[in-house]
Ligand binder design. Structure first.
Ligand SMILES: Cc1cc2nc3c(=O)[nH]c(=O)nc-3n(C[C@H](O)[C@H](O)[C@H](O)COP(=O)(O)OP(=O)(O)OC[C@H]3O[C@@H](n4cnc5c(N)ncnc54)[C@H](O)[C@@H]3O)c2cc1C
Length: 565
């Protein structure tokens, strides 16, 4: 009997928060029957004053000297057309900043008034803004991409353990196309990433393929993802009586013994209170479902500040460590090492820059010819920087619509950026990005902008004034940021409800769900929705319907035409 009346959530990220909302609204559960245990209440969807986040678990051994300004480990791009489950969820909770609107209405309202139209998606020294509308494919690129797009779901396993580099091994030209530069930086794919996942993206994002150079299909929230997405859900859940117990690291399982050893029934959990160090035990009775987010791309993250580089944290991660413990008991729960034992495939560094005025913001607006809030600008190298001896993107930035945080002071500005390959060396500061202070990352940014500056007065002449305008720049090292894209086989991730599970579900970015592409708010929400429907006894036929643009002939024809531009 899979139907339950209570739930314990391991992890308080978006996926499990979604499960709780669906338990309450579709399963008609009492919120008091749901308890979260987690290190924090945001997971990857963070965003707050630096001082608020600096003392959180992963960073607690790395004190900052400058706790001013704001911090969000990532920006957030949504896509209504494909994020149907996320938008359904946001339609069920009230915005915390816009009275009378649901969180979905809030986002629709903001996005309609601030549509994305990127005018400087790619830039390169001496060339300035590049026309990214020209994908730059040759016939071999077109052939291989078409094969990927045409491969049906039923044949996906042919791409088990095939990396993108493997798939294009006879076609290094692919990695020198505008398409690749935009694709790798929009979605954070690397050549070591999974070709299976690239295929899923080509299918689910095929609609966006035709407008990738302007990011027209990208929708954005009014403020950062914590205030615009997480807080509305958290506020709703607390109002419903849901218990959210933080500063807990769940460390081990107790499972029921069974004759065939394959029945998955959780009977107890061990956890550590990371504030006091106390060990705790929670019993799990027959009526309780356990919903576990078995991987987090922001686990083990560490921060630096304007004058301090990050310190690398070698922890395997709370979520993945517990996942690994579960795989020691059962053989159908995947292989966490595929995702968490190869930092070279997954790590990246981001930074959040806060300035007290709009000097830098206005300089970027002048150079990119677009107003803040609707772009992702990537700077291409002018020299070979990849192991194949090719040019590649050095860094990317997102200049948010301001304010990005509700409590920003007038004229303060917040900018986010990232380096997809943190071990590569800077062009303006001679050290790997991962070793740079916030100030050195800003120096790289000013340097890259100076290379594409159309003048007449180059930004480099304003360097000192820009430094003077800085409140803080927080570098963030995320060892597992792209781990969900790591090369893998289909069986390396558990299903949301694994075979023979009586009360355990897996949610988030490290579960295998048909068709869904990961690294999205969409797939996280959908996994939670499925888990809740399963244990609340709601028919799966009532799940939000998934649109299949990859089966839509006009969309496919537009994509084919685009390939020849
Ligand atoms: C830099 C960055 C950029 C991104 N950009 C986009 C974007 O543009 N568009 C988009 O759609 N998505 C984006 N995402 C992805 C999006 O944020 C995630 O898909 C989503 O937040 C995943 O939610 P989740 O609940 O699965 O996991 P998480 O948000 O990672 O939450 C899981 C939480 O559970 C905790 N947990 C798990 N196990 C335990 C345990 N044993 N003990 C204690 N705590 C535990 C983890 O520590 C973590 O805090 C981005 C993410 C990052 C980091």
């Amino acid at each position: 009997m899979s139907k339950k009346t209570k739930a314990i959530m391991i992890g308080a990220g978006l996926a499990n928060m979604a499960a709780a909302v669906y338990f309450i609204q579709e399963g008609h559960w009492n919120g008091e029957n749901i308890t979260f245990y987690s290190l924090d209440d945001h997971g990857s969807n963070d965003g707050a004053d630096t001082s608020t986040l600096a003392d959180e678990y992963w960073n607690k051994n790395h004190p900052l000297s400058n706790r001013k300004g704001y911090l969000a480990r990532g920006g957030r791009m949504l896509n209504y057309r494909t994020y149907v489950d996320l938008m359904d969820l946001l339609g069920r909770v009230q915005s915390v900043t816009e009275p009378g609107m649901t969180a979905a209405e809030d986002t629709h309202d903001f996005d309609a008034k601030h549509p994305t139209f990127d005018k400087a998606r790619l830039m390169q020294g001496a060339r300035g803004i590049i026309d990214g509308g020209k994908m730059g494919f040759n016939n071999q690129d077109r052939l291989l991409l078409t094969k990927l797009i045409m491969m049906p779901d039923s044949e996906e396993q042919k791409l088990d353990n095939v990396s993108i580099a493997d798939y294009f091994k006879d076609d290094p030209h692919m990695f020198q196309t505008n398409f690749w530069y935009m694709w790798e930086t929009t979605f954070a794919f690397r050549t070591k990433s999974s070709a299976q996942e690239l295929r899923r993206y080509m299918h689910q994002m095929i609609y966006e393929f035709t407008q990738i150079e302007h990011l027209v299909g990208v929708n954005r929230t009014r403020y950062n993802q914590y205030e615009s997405i997480m807080l509305p859900i958290i506020t709703y859940l607390k109002d419903q009586g849901v218990k959210i117990v933080l500063n807990r690291r769940v460390t081990d399982w107790e499972f029921k013994d069974s004759a065939l050893q394959d029945e998955i029934t959780v009977t107890g959990l061990k956890m550590t209170n990371v504030e006091t160090g106390a060990e705790e035990h929670v019993a799990v009775d027959d009526d309780t479902a356990v919903i576990f987010t078995n991987g987090s791309i922001t686990d083990s993250t560490t921060f630096g500040d304007y004058d301090t580089p990050v310190v690398e944290n070698m922890d395997y991660g709370a979520a993945s460590s517990l996942w690994k413990k579960a795989t020691e008991h059962f053989y159908n729960l995947g292989n966490p090492d595929k995702f968490f034992a190869d930092r070279d495939a997954s790590e990246w560094v981001s930074f959040t820059l806060t300035t007290k005025d709009h000097l830098l913001l206005n300089e970027i607006t002048r150079i990119t010819t677009q107003v803040p809030g609707n772009a992702l600008n990537s700077f291409l190298s002018t020299t070979p920087i990849t192991p194949l001896g090719q040019e590649d993107v050095n860094m990317s930035i997102v200049v948010h619509h301001q304010p990005h945080f509700t409590d920003q002071k007038p004229n303060e500005a917040v900018i986010w950026g990232y380096f997809l390959y943190p071990r590569r060396r800077g062009e303006f500061v001679d050290k790997p990005y991962i070793e740079m202070t916030g100030k050195e990352m800003l120096t790289e940014l000013i340097g890259q902008l100076s290379k594409v500056d159309p003048g007449p007065v180059n930004i480099i002449t304003k360097k000192d004034a820009i430094y003077d305008s800085v409140v803080n720049c927080i570098p963030v090292y995320m060892p597992y940021a792209s781990a969900l894209f790591n090369n893998r086989a289909k069986t390396d991730r558990p299903e949301v409800i694994p075979d023979h599970s009586t009360n355990l579900a897996f949610t988030g970015e490290f579960v295998d769900q048909p068709y869904q592409m990961i690294f999205t708010e969409q797939s996280a929400v959908r996994s939670g929705e499925i888990a809740a429907y399963h244990f609340a006894g709601v028919p799966m036929s009532r799940l939000v319907k998934t649109p299949r643009y990859d089966k839509d002939i006009p969309t496919l024809m537009r994509a084919t035409k685009k390939m020849f531009e």
